[in-house]
Design a protein around this ligand. Structure first.
Ligand code: ACO
Length: 430
């Protein structure tokens, strides 16, 4: 008997089945052979929220949640944050290898020369209400972009995919900035292709009357690192949306709008905003013990926001990098007064048996909001910033799905528990 297999005994029939184990998994479709009667559909696995189902084979991102490891294409996130830059990391995530010098120059040139959007987009963004949420504006404008680029439907043409990749990574920053400027009531700022990706984004956000915007190098670097840290996170809710919607062979602008909508939700991209609200609510260090007590007692479902993670059962490696980054940013902007509360909260929580025994550690969102706020972003821009970095990962996941011969249109099964057939009853007899 081969070693990498699983023997299942169906106690309903006494029959035994041998299933291959490949890469630590069995194929769920192999279960279909297990039936009591030949006409039956066969056994399925039931897995709401994909708690234990691998939906794809991937070579993009590796996470070991117990050890607190995150790697893009094999490279540790710490090394990338320390030594690389977002343009290089985006290339790595999308193409699978670090670029050579000329490849990187071309990649940067192409992306920065695809930052402009059609003038009609401005009119489109103008149509939103003055207090429209920037993430709503971003998501729907990304969907609208698909109507400007009908050639994006050529998803199996590698050249077209490459062009859409330049357009997507280039234009997400412009549309994010337009959403911000619209919300602030400021005129839109055109991209400046001489600046770095992060520098240009800061310019599109904050440039006023000065002829040439000069980003503060510390802020520019911090934003670049934050984009790196958010570039991908394997099969999370929005990556799964990108793959699932993309599996219908829709164009990548439409699929990315779906991914962005998934990110908009408070359980995914909205937690850093919740951290800020929580820190404000606590208000001062002396109130922390009472707050922790309430969380532990489970009063009104209170949670320590920015703590805990479905995958990480150790310190989120991104949180460590962000914590260090915060010091650099606060030297320029002045310290965010909420930082002291955050640090003390972390110190107390990490000594408390409730959090220790449940393996609840700070996640990426615990400190990122403090940095964003110090840079000058309103809280509802936070998920949009997340989306800019994550665009590289969404594209990589989408492309990997398209080129994977085993993938088909994503279509889960269900366990139907509703009525059996019954006859229609006319309304007068109900
Ligand atoms: N504060 C207090 N208790 C918590 C917290 C928290 N932040 N997180 C989990 N717990 C407790 C739960 O009450 C539960 O306790 P119990 O076993 O006594 O019932 C136990 O820890 C396990 O929690 P689950 O909810 O089962 O863990 P799950 O993996 O489903 O949740 C999640 C992960 C949603 C991230 C959760 O930890 C949470 O709500 N954290 C706060 C929100 C947050 O920071 N989200 C950002 C995640 S990072 C990102 O998406 C980019």
């Amino acid at each position: 008997m081969p070693k990498d297999s699983l023997t299942i005994t169906d106690n309903r029939t006494g029959k035994q089945y041998e299933l291959q184990i490949e890469n630590g998994a069995i194929r769920a479709s192999e279960l279909r052979q297990i039936k009591v009667k030949p006409e039956e559909f066969g056994l399925m696995s039931y897995d709401p929220a994909f708690m234990n189902t691998a939906s794809c084979k991937s070579k993009v991102t590796f996470i070991d949640g117990d050890k607190g490891i995150l790697r893009y294409r094999g490279y540790p996130i710490e090394q990338l944050a320390e030594e690389s830059n977002f343009m290089e990391v985006a290339y790595l995530v999308v193409h699978g290898e670090l670029p050579k010098k000329e490849e990187l120059e071309n990649w940067k040139y192409q992306i920065m020369h695809h930052t402009y959007v059609h003038e009609n987009i401005k009119k489109f963004v103008d149509g939103f209400h003055y207090d429209a949420h920037p993430m709503g504006m971003f998501t729907s404008t990304m969907a609208a972009l698909s109507t400007f680029y009908p050639d994006a439907k050529e998803i199996f043409d590698p050249q077209s995919r490459q062009l859409q990749t330049y357009r997507l990574i280039g234009k997400v920053s412009t549309i994010a900035a337009y959403a911000y400027r619209h919300a602030m009531g400021f005129p839109y700022t055109y991209p400046d292709n001489d600046l770095s990706y992060a520098g240009n984004f800061l310019g599109m956000l904050f440039k006023m009357s000065e002829p040439k915007y000069k980003p503060n190098p510390t802020i520019e670097k911090a934003l670049d690192v934050l984009f790196i840290l958010h570039a991908d996170h394997e099969q999370n809710c929005s990556a799964n949306a990108m793959r699932s919607v993309g599996s219908s062979y829709v164009d990548p602008f439409s699929a990315l709008a779906a991914a962005s909508a998934a990110l908009y939700g408070p359980l995914h991209g909205g937690a850093n905003e919740a951290v800020l609200r929580m820190l404000k609510e606590i208000g001062s260090k002396d109130k922390i013990p009472a707050f922790i007590k309430e969380v532990k007692e489970g009063k009104s479902d209170k949670r320590l926001m920015g703590f805990g993670h479905r995958v990480y059962k150790n310190y989120d490696p991104r949180a460590k990098i962000i914590k260090k980054l915060a010091d650099d940013v606060f030297e320029v902007t002045g310290k965010n007064p909420l930082l002291d509360i955050a640090l003390e909260l972390e110190r107390i929580a990490l000594q408390d048996d409730y959090f220790v025994s449940r393996k609840l550690y700070p996640n990426v969102d615990f400190y990122s909001g403090l940095i964003y706020q110090a840079i000058g972003f309103p809280v509802d821009m936070f998920p949009v910033l997340f989306a800019i970095g994550r665009t590289a990962g969404w594209i990589a996941q989408w492309q990997e799905m398209l080129l994977d011969k085993e993938q088909k249109i994503a279509r889960p099964r269900q366990l139907y528990l509703g009525y059996d057939q019954r006859d229609y009853v006319p309304i007068v007899r109900r």
